[in-house]
Design a protein around this ligand. Structure first.
Ligand code: ZN
Length: 87
């Protein structure tokens, strides 16, 4: 009595080991949204959010909405509006 549910004597010599049961916290990870890919409707070039466009100074992991609006397709020069999200 009085020890609480988190403490138990598990050894015969009376040495007590405190056992704490950790409950898993459901982590709210903002970054858990899977990366998407966008395809250029004009030439078929694919922009992968996970890869970015390092040649254009866009680091890997850049979300499509974070790609500068003046960014154009490296293959054909199409604008962002000419890209479509891939499923
Ligand atoms: Zn293109």
């Amino acid at each position: 009595m009085g020890y609480g549910s988190f403490q138990n004597c598990v050894r015969s010599d009376g040495f007590c080991i405190r056992i704490t049961i950790l409950t898993e916290k459901p982590e709210t990870k903002m970054s858990s949204i899977p990366y998407a890919s966008y395809i250029c409707l004009l030439c078929g070039h694919i922009y992968h959010e996970a890869e970015g466009a390092p040649d254009d100074g866009i680091p890997p992991g850049t979300r499509w909405e974070d790609v500068p609006p003046n960014w154009t397709c490296p293959e054909c020069g199409a604008r962002k509006e000419d890209f479509e999200k891939m499923d």
